[in-house]
Design a protein around this ligand. Sequence first.
Ligand SMILES: Cc1cc2nc3c(=O)[nH]c(=O)nc-3n(C[C@H](O)[C@H](O)[C@H](O)COP(=O)(O)OP(=O)(O)OC[C@H]3O[C@@H](n4cnc5c(N)ncnc54)[C@H](O)[C@@H]3O)c2cc1C
Ligand SMILES: *[C@@H]1O[C@H](CO)[C@@H](O)[C@H](O)[C@H]1NC(C)=O
Ligand SMILES: *[C@@H]1O[C@H](CO)[C@@H](O)[C@H](O)[C@H]1NC(C)=O
Ligand SMILES: *[C@@H]1O[C@H](CO)[C@@H](O)[C@H](O)[C@H]1NC(C)=O
Ligand SMILES: *[C@@H]1O[C@H](CO)[C@@H](O)[C@H](O)[C@H]1NC(C)=O
Ligand SMILES: *[C@@H]1O[C@H](CO)[C@@H](O)[C@H](O)[C@H]1NC(C)=O
Ligand SMILES: *[C@@H]1O[C@H](CO)[C@@H](O)[C@H](O)[C@H]1NC(C)=O
Ligand SMILES: *[C@@H]1O[C@H](CO)[C@@H](O)[C@H](O)[C@H]1NC(C)=O
Ligand SMILES: *[C@@H]1O[C@H](CO)[C@@H](O)[C@H](O)[C@H]1NC(C)=O
Ligand SMILES: *[C@@H]1O[C@H](CO)[C@@H](O)[C@H](O)[C@H]1NC(C)=O
Ligand SMILES: *[C@@H]1O[C@H](CO)[C@@H](O)[C@H](O)[C@H]1NC(C)=O
Length: 569
Amino acid sequence: MLSSTISKLAAFFFIAREALALPSVREWKEFSNSLDGRLHSAVPVSAPCFPIVNNKTSTVDPEGCAVVRAGYTLADFRSSHYPAYMFPQWETCQRTEEKCLLDSSNTSNPLAWAAPCQQGYVSEHYLSVSGPEDVQKAFLFAKKTGIHLSIKASGHDYKGRSGSKGSLNIWTRNLDSLEYTPNFIPEGGNQSYKETITFGRGVPFEDLYKFADTNNLTIIGGYHQTIAASGGWVMGGGHSVLSPVYGLGVDRVLQFRIVTPDGQYRVANSFTNPDLFWALRGGGGSTFGIVLESTFLAEPRMKLQVASMSFNRTATNYQPFLRLLVDESYKWGTEGWGGHMGPTNIINVNPLLTTEQAIESLKNVTQYVEAQNGTVVIEELPSWEAFFTKYVTTAQASVGVENTLVSRLIPTELFTNEAAKATLTNTMVQMIREYNINPYIVVGTPFLFDGLENATSVTPAWRHALWQIGGHDGWQWNSSVPEIRNQFQIAHNVTQLLRDLAPDSGAYFNEGDLYETDHEESFWGPNYPALLSIKRKYDPHSLLDCWQCVGWKGTQDVRYDCYLSLESH
Ligand SMILES: Cc1cc2nc3c(=O)[nH]c(=O)nc-3n(C[C@H](O)[C@H](O)[C@H](O)COP(=O)(O)OP(=O)(O)OC[C@H]3O[C@@H](n4cnc5c(N)ncnc54)[C@H](O)[C@@H]3O)c2cc1C
Ligand SMILES: *[C@@H]1O[C@H](CO)[C@@H](O)[C@H](O)[C@H]1NC(C)=O
Ligand SMILES: *[C@@H]1O[C@H](CO)[C@@H](O)[C@H](O)[C@H]1NC(C)=O
Ligand SMILES: *[C@@H]1O[C@H](CO)[C@@H](O)[C@H](O)[C@H]1NC(C)=O
Ligand SMILES: *[C@@H]1O[C@H](CO)[C@@H](O)[C@H](O)[C@H]1NC(C)=O
Ligand SMILES: *[C@@H]1O[C@H](CO)[C@@H](O)[C@H](O)[C@H]1NC(C)=O
Ligand SMILES: *[C@@H]1O[C@H](CO)[C@@H](O)[C@H](O)[C@H]1NC(C)=O
Ligand SMILES: *[C@@H]1O[C@H](CO)[C@@H](O)[C@H](O)[C@H]1NC(C)=O
Ligand SMILES: *[C@@H]1O[C@H](CO)[C@@H](O)[C@H](O)[C@H]1NC(C)=O
Ligand SMILES: *[C@@H]1O[C@H](CO)[C@@H](O)[C@H](O)[C@H]1NC(C)=O
Ligand SMILES: *[C@@H]1O[C@H](CO)[C@@H](O)[C@H](O)[C@H]1NC(C)=O
């Protein structure tokens, strides 16, 4: 079965692109034999609904199709199925329009499967990793045959970096260990950390949060249940609504276990391979190796003050609200608030105040929301787990839809004088009025956290910012290439507005504009040269590469053939 897939694949790529290296049938067989059944082949996740799959007639599988239709916009479904990504656009080859999508607004729409199902961007071959030897074999195989590698844990990446057409994908989802270690001492070190959790690369936040809670602990983590905590999230920075007090993911990770592309299974912490550890704390996923496990510092279980407010939008009531958020944010920052806010809503969290203090702190905004006949809840919850279950699972970003992203870190100094506050407010209003994109404000920078400037490799802009302003847009399953390109162009233009507002700041590697201008400066600032030399040291043959990552080969590389180019607009 594998060999028939292989010859089909070989024929396909021989025609499509001569430059793509391909292992021989014999090489695939040997590789597969060395992996005890963990090398698999895959078709797109929606294939069961389609009568034509990869140019061949296929038997529609009504039950399989019903499962896909029901799960199409559910994060748990997507993260547990290898060929599914959070944003289905990364299952498609955007430039050639090869795809196999359903209509996410109505997954029963039969127009979707009237089109042929094509493999698109989904790697036909994937290795479900069980341990370091598998990864070592994969690196050797890539070095020998020239096949590209890609790495997927949850498939949350906004820029298509957890897949690559024609690659061998390393799927780490099944590395699901979870262990509580009190008095943890990093290997080779002499410093002890009171409460820690060590977990496998595939573990999603929802499992980690539950596990921490069961042990009376809190893990500082992201705003989505299925992000895989010890991968892209932490390697790119990792913000949380608790980051203002407790730091970013990169501030809290104590140790990684990783197979570097030179084939070594290594420990990286402040004592052992400290250069690699520094690079892994901000340099990004898919760059320095394949992480199998990491250890995070935990906090005791904590009470949280939670404020959730929203009101219905009119033509005039969101602008004063945005101005109010700008006016209050510096004070809120000093009080330890984090949260997610928009033109008509906030969900803010505070681990430091009492309920009375929280009510007093939010008085102005409460008054405003009540005057709009909106809803206001300010309450104390006993734990992060209680907050996450009650608020986040219903408010987190949609998946299963096509998506573009805007973002910029907004420096604290913009909140400290009237002229800057007015400009900041006006820019957000412009996003809404001119582009119909709502500012998505993440209060998740390490504002009160005492992080050393060069302890991590994220852009120092994180340590001087109070907000990240983001924004989402998207397109439909059946949009044409010019429409899709236009959406990316809009996101790029809106990001430019924010860049103009804060030209000396930076952006979050994990949540930047797909076509981020001067990405090395935006994502890493002065840390880039050191990151690049560490990349060269541990990946001397550049076996790993991804879009706008450290050491990126650039748009001309065959790996990026499926990305649209804005220049040809
Ligand atoms: C709905 C949603 C909500 C989000 N909320 C937040 C949030 O609250 N805070 C925040 O900071 N970010 C958030 N993000 C962004 C998120 O942090 C990034 O998308 C992150 O890259 C996801 O990491 P992942 O490993 O789960 O995803 P994947 O897509 O599986 O991987 C992301 C990157 O890491 C690489 N990678 C995966 N596994 C490994 C490995 N074992 N070793 C090395 N590299 C690997 C991949 O190749 C890819 O480049 C959110 C994203 C989404 C879609
Ligand atoms: C399917 O057919 C198209 C058009 O002939 C061709 O470009 C493509 O490579 C084929 N795909 C596969 C998987 O064979
Ligand atoms: C979804 O599409 C199906 C098939 O066309 C149709 O019967 C159904 O009414 C649609 N559902 C909605 C909510 O539009
Ligand atoms: C750990 O070792 C370093 C270097 O050997 C030393 O400077 C430091 O004081 C030690 N710290 C502790 C807590 O023992
Ligand atoms: C958690 O705390 C509760 C209440 O203090 C205690 O009863 C329980 O034993 C603790 N559980 C663990 C796993 O420490
Ligand atoms: C920051 O630390 C890294 C790793 O230790 C080092 O390579 C780099 O030169 C340092 N950068 C600065 C600006 O000090
Ligand atoms: C409410 O706004 C007023 C006027 O801007 C300000 O002086 C006051 O400190 C704010 N109140 C609170 C509780 O923040
Ligand atoms: C709020 O409700 C009151 C009473 O129903 C109404 O008079 C008022 O116009 C409403 N205000 C807004 C902003 O909707
Ligand atoms: C807000 O809009 C919803 C949906 O239209 C409506 O049910 C609700 O009553 C509105 N709330 C206010 C305060 O006007
Ligand atoms: C795309 O699909 C939608 C239904 O989801 C339909 O209304 C629209 O007409 C389609 N557009 C094109 C260009 O086919
Ligand atoms: C984006 O900005 C460029 C340059 O200012 C402009 O030419 C283009 O029309 C804009 N495109 C969109 C979709 O906003």
